[in-house]
Design a protein around this ligand. Structure first.
Ligand SMILES: [Cu+2]
Length: 123
């Protein structure tokens, strides 16, 4: 390797390091803005034949995710006509998400165990 080649290699190495640092800085700077623009996701856990929390208030535009922690399947079915949402049976460890774009009160139940009920209030 001649001296000019070595110099070029060092410059390339420094450029790579600077670009990496800039990318990291951009990612860090962008993170709070991204968090402010997207509504926080909300999770409802299904455990021991109940939805927890059973009552949940979220802002319009929020996405609610149900996670089944039971060893048997459950569903999330909106109790309204027309029905706004309905999940397939969720096996253990599976989840279902629904985004609420209109304010209102959304009652739901498990169609396999109809005594399991919950309410989402969208403000
Ligand atoms: Cu169920």
């Amino acid at each position: 390797m001649t001296m000019p080649d070595l110099g070029r290699a060092l410059v390339a190495k420094n450029v790579a390091r600077t670009v990496a640092a800039m990318c990291l800085a951009t990612a860090l700077a962008a993170a709070p803005a991204f968090a402010a623009e997207t509504k926080p996701a909300t999770t409802i856990v299904i455990d021991n034949f109940s939805f927890s929390p059973a009552q949940l208030s979220v802002a319009t535009g929020s996405t609610v995710t149900w996670e089944n922690h039971d060893d048997m399947p459950h569903t999330i079915v909106n109790d309204a006509t027309p029905r706004e949402f309905k999940s397939a049976p969720l096996d253990s460890g599976e989840h279902f998400s629904q985004t609420f774009s209109k304010p209102g009160t959304y009652k739901y139940f498990c169609s396999i165990h109809p005594r399991m009920t919950g309410t989402i209030v969208v403000k």
